[in-house]
Design a protein around this ligand. Structure first.
Ligand SMILES: [Zn+2]
Length: 222
Protein backbone atom coordinates (compact mmCIF):
# COMPACT_ATOMS: atom_id res chain seq x y z
CA UNK A 1 0.00 0.00 0.00
CA UNK A 2 1.49 3.32 -0.97
CA UNK A 3 1.91 6.30 1.29
CA UNK A 4 -0.86 8.03 -0.69
CA UNK A 5 -3.27 6.07 1.45
CA UNK A 6 -2.30 8.25 4.36
CA UNK A 7 -3.36 11.45 2.64
CA UNK A 8 -7.13 10.99 2.77
CA UNK A 9 -6.90 9.82 6.36
CA UNK A 10 -4.95 12.88 7.44
CA UNK A 11 -7.22 15.13 5.40
CA UNK A 12 -10.31 13.55 6.91
CA UNK A 13 -9.04 14.33 10.37
CA UNK A 14 -8.48 17.96 9.41
CA UNK A 15 -11.91 18.25 7.81
CA UNK A 16 -13.72 16.78 10.78
CA UNK A 17 -12.42 19.68 12.79
CA UNK A 18 -13.20 22.23 10.08
CA UNK A 19 -16.73 21.01 9.38
CA UNK A 20 -17.75 20.40 12.97
CA UNK A 21 -19.52 23.71 13.39
CA UNK A 22 -22.65 23.09 11.31
CA UNK A 23 -23.61 19.68 12.63
CA UNK A 24 -26.66 20.71 14.61
CA UNK A 25 -28.82 17.80 13.40
CA UNK A 26 -28.51 14.12 14.25
CA UNK A 27 -25.02 12.67 13.76
CA UNK A 28 -24.20 11.39 10.25
CA UNK A 29 -23.58 7.67 9.80
CA UNK A 30 -19.96 6.60 9.38
CA UNK A 31 -19.03 6.83 5.67
CA UNK A 32 -17.67 3.80 3.83
CA UNK A 33 -14.53 3.84 1.64
CA UNK A 34 -15.12 5.79 -1.58
CA UNK A 35 -11.63 6.15 -3.09
CA UNK A 36 -10.82 4.69 -6.49
CA UNK A 37 -8.77 1.51 -6.11
CA UNK A 38 -6.31 1.52 -8.94
CA UNK A 39 -3.81 -1.20 -9.71
CA UNK A 40 -0.63 -0.27 -11.54
CA UNK A 41 2.52 -2.11 -12.40
CA UNK A 42 5.14 0.41 -13.50
CA UNK A 43 7.37 -0.54 -10.57
CA UNK A 44 6.02 -3.92 -9.63
CA UNK A 45 2.39 -4.52 -8.80
CA UNK A 46 0.94 -1.82 -6.54
CA UNK A 47 -2.45 -0.51 -5.60
CA UNK A 48 -3.34 3.14 -5.14
CA UNK A 49 -6.43 4.45 -3.39
CA UNK A 50 -7.33 7.77 -4.98
CA UNK A 51 -9.99 10.13 -3.63
CA UNK A 52 -11.91 12.22 -6.14
CA UNK A 53 -14.46 14.98 -6.19
CA UNK A 54 -15.33 17.48 -8.88
CA UNK A 55 -13.67 20.89 -8.48
CA UNK A 56 -15.96 23.68 -7.29
CA UNK A 57 -15.32 25.61 -10.52
CA UNK A 58 -17.01 22.86 -12.57
CA UNK A 59 -20.14 22.73 -10.39
CA UNK A 60 -22.93 22.51 -11.47
CA UNK A 61 -21.73 19.68 -13.69
CA UNK A 62 -23.17 19.40 -17.17
CA UNK A 63 -24.73 16.02 -18.00
CA UNK A 64 -25.73 15.00 -21.52
CA UNK A 65 -28.36 12.25 -21.51
CA UNK A 66 -29.53 10.07 -24.37
CA UNK A 67 -33.22 10.72 -24.94
CA UNK A 68 -34.30 7.11 -24.65
CA UNK A 69 -36.63 5.21 -22.29
CA UNK A 70 -37.21 8.27 -20.12
CA UNK A 71 -33.53 8.55 -19.20
CA UNK A 72 -33.51 12.37 -18.95
CA UNK A 73 -36.23 12.16 -16.28
CA UNK A 74 -34.36 9.45 -14.39
CA UNK A 75 -31.16 11.48 -14.40
CA UNK A 76 -32.97 14.62 -13.22
CA UNK A 77 -34.53 12.62 -10.38
CA UNK A 78 -31.15 11.12 -9.48
CA UNK A 79 -29.54 14.58 -9.37
CA UNK A 80 -32.21 15.70 -6.91
CA UNK A 81 -31.60 12.63 -4.70
CA UNK A 82 -27.85 13.21 -4.42
CA UNK A 83 -27.98 17.01 -4.25
CA UNK A 84 -29.69 16.63 -0.88
CA UNK A 85 -26.39 15.44 0.58
CA UNK A 86 -24.76 18.82 0.05
CA UNK A 87 -25.97 21.55 2.32
CA UNK A 88 -23.56 24.10 0.90
CA UNK A 89 -23.93 23.30 -2.81
CA UNK A 90 -20.57 21.50 -3.08
CA UNK A 91 -22.13 19.26 -5.77
CA UNK A 92 -24.92 19.86 -8.25
CA UNK A 93 -25.58 19.04 -11.90
CA UNK A 94 -27.78 20.18 -14.77
CA UNK A 95 -28.73 18.56 -18.06
CA UNK A 96 -27.16 19.94 -21.23
CA UNK A 97 -28.19 19.42 -24.86
CA UNK A 98 -24.59 19.94 -26.05
CA UNK A 99 -22.63 16.71 -25.66
CA UNK A 100 -19.35 18.49 -26.53
CA UNK A 101 -19.39 20.44 -23.25
CA UNK A 102 -20.67 17.60 -21.07
CA UNK A 103 -18.77 16.48 -17.97
CA UNK A 104 -20.81 13.27 -17.79
CA UNK A 105 -22.48 11.34 -20.63
CA UNK A 106 -25.34 8.94 -19.84
CA UNK A 107 -26.36 6.46 -22.51
CA UNK A 108 -28.67 3.47 -22.73
CA UNK A 109 -26.27 0.86 -23.99
CA UNK A 110 -25.44 -2.71 -23.03
CA UNK A 111 -22.53 -2.49 -20.62
CA UNK A 112 -20.74 -5.13 -22.67
CA UNK A 113 -20.71 -2.84 -25.72
CA UNK A 114 -17.22 -1.84 -26.89
CA UNK A 115 -15.93 1.24 -25.08
CA UNK A 116 -12.99 2.37 -27.19
CA UNK A 117 -10.50 2.95 -24.39
CA UNK A 118 -9.58 0.85 -21.39
CA UNK A 119 -11.22 2.06 -18.24
CA UNK A 120 -11.99 1.01 -14.70
CA UNK A 121 -15.53 -0.31 -14.69
CA UNK A 122 -17.77 0.28 -11.71
CA UNK A 123 -20.65 -2.01 -12.56
CA UNK A 124 -23.92 -2.61 -10.78
CA UNK A 125 -26.44 -5.28 -11.43
CA UNK A 126 -30.05 -5.16 -10.39
CA UNK A 127 -32.45 -7.97 -11.13
CA UNK A 128 -33.58 -6.41 -14.38
CA UNK A 129 -31.14 -3.60 -15.18
CA UNK A 130 -27.42 -3.09 -15.36
CA UNK A 131 -25.27 -0.03 -15.18
CA UNK A 132 -21.63 0.87 -15.41
CA UNK A 133 -19.57 4.00 -14.88
CA UNK A 134 -16.31 4.05 -16.83
CA UNK A 135 -13.44 5.71 -14.99
CA UNK A 136 -10.66 6.43 -17.47
CA UNK A 137 -7.51 7.66 -15.75
CA UNK A 138 -5.57 8.30 -18.97
CA UNK A 139 -2.52 6.31 -18.04
CA UNK A 140 -1.08 8.80 -15.53
CA UNK A 141 -3.32 7.42 -12.78
CA UNK A 142 -4.01 10.94 -11.53
CA UNK A 143 -6.01 12.39 -14.41
CA UNK A 144 -9.67 11.55 -14.91
CA UNK A 145 -10.74 11.72 -18.52
CA UNK A 146 -13.82 13.90 -19.05
CA UNK A 147 -16.58 13.27 -19.98
CA UNK A 148 -17.14 10.38 -17.59
CA UNK A 149 -19.18 7.73 -19.39
CA UNK A 150 -22.20 6.17 -17.71
CA UNK A 151 -24.20 3.38 -19.29
CA UNK A 152 -27.47 1.95 -18.10
CA UNK A 153 -29.38 -0.84 -19.69
CA UNK A 154 -32.66 -2.61 -19.02
CA UNK A 155 -32.69 -6.33 -19.68
CA UNK A 156 -35.29 -7.68 -22.12
CA UNK A 157 -37.21 -9.45 -19.32
CA UNK A 158 -37.57 -6.36 -17.12
CA UNK A 159 -41.17 -6.24 -15.84
CA UNK A 160 -40.89 -2.56 -14.87
CA UNK A 161 -38.15 -1.00 -16.99
CA UNK A 162 -38.80 2.53 -15.69
CA UNK A 163 -38.32 1.54 -12.04
CA UNK A 164 -35.17 -0.48 -12.61
CA UNK A 165 -33.65 2.17 -14.90
CA UNK A 166 -34.36 4.83 -12.26
CA UNK A 167 -32.56 2.68 -9.67
CA UNK A 168 -29.41 1.96 -11.66
CA UNK A 169 -29.28 5.56 -12.92
CA UNK A 170 -29.29 6.83 -9.33
CA UNK A 171 -26.60 4.28 -8.41
CA UNK A 172 -24.34 5.17 -11.34
CA UNK A 173 -24.72 8.89 -10.65
CA UNK A 174 -23.34 8.15 -7.19
CA UNK A 175 -20.20 6.81 -8.86
CA UNK A 176 -20.06 9.73 -11.29
CA UNK A 177 -20.13 12.26 -8.46
CA UNK A 178 -17.18 10.64 -6.70
CA UNK A 179 -18.15 7.46 -4.82
CA UNK A 180 -15.70 5.21 -6.64
CA UNK A 181 -16.28 2.03 -4.65
CA UNK A 182 -19.29 0.02 -3.58
CA UNK A 183 -20.84 0.11 -0.15
CA UNK A 184 -20.34 -3.09 1.86
CA UNK A 185 -23.89 -2.70 3.27
CA UNK A 186 -26.66 -4.33 1.25
CA UNK A 187 -29.27 -1.76 2.30
CA UNK A 188 -27.33 1.07 0.62
CA UNK A 189 -27.98 2.31 -2.93
CA UNK A 190 -24.23 2.05 -3.59
CA UNK A 191 -24.15 -1.66 -2.77
CA UNK A 192 -22.95 -3.55 -5.87
CA UNK A 193 -26.28 -5.33 -6.23
CA UNK A 194 -28.61 -2.68 -4.86
CA UNK A 195 -32.20 -3.13 -3.77
CA UNK A 196 -32.51 0.42 -2.40
CA UNK A 197 -34.01 2.97 -4.79
CA UNK A 198 -32.56 6.08 -3.15
CA UNK A 199 -29.32 6.95 -1.34
CA UNK A 200 -29.33 5.96 2.34
CA UNK A 201 -28.14 8.35 5.02
CA UNK A 202 -24.82 6.46 4.88
CA UNK A 203 -24.60 6.91 1.09
CA UNK A 204 -25.25 10.64 1.53
CA UNK A 205 -22.69 10.87 4.34
CA UNK A 206 -20.13 9.13 2.10
CA UNK A 207 -20.81 11.57 -0.75
CA UNK A 208 -20.37 14.51 1.64
CA UNK A 209 -17.17 12.98 2.96
CA UNK A 210 -15.78 12.67 -0.59
CA UNK A 211 -16.19 16.43 -1.02
CA UNK A 212 -14.31 17.14 2.21
CA UNK A 213 -11.19 15.18 1.25
CA UNK A 214 -8.57 16.70 -1.11
CA UNK A 215 -8.88 14.92 -4.49
CA UNK A 216 -5.94 12.96 -5.95
CA UNK A 217 -7.56 12.83 -9.42
CA UNK A 218 -7.85 15.88 -11.65
CA UNK A 219 -10.45 15.99 -14.46
CA UNK A 220 -8.92 16.57 -17.90
CA UNK A 221 -10.65 17.08 -21.23
CA UNK A 222 -8.85 15.64 -24.27
ZN1 LIG B 1 -21.68 0.43 -8.94
Amino acid sequence: MSRRRLLPILAAVAVTAACGGDSSGPPSPEPYDFELIQAYDSAGFRVDTLPFHWPQGMVPLKIWVENSAGLPGHVSAAIALWRDAFRQGEWNAVLTTDSTVADIIVRRLPIAAPMGRPAIRLAAQGLFCEGVTLIDTVGTRFELRVPVQVRVYDLPAAPDPAACLAQVTAHELGHALGILQHSPFDEDLMYAVPTATAPSDRDLATARHAYHVPPALVPVRP
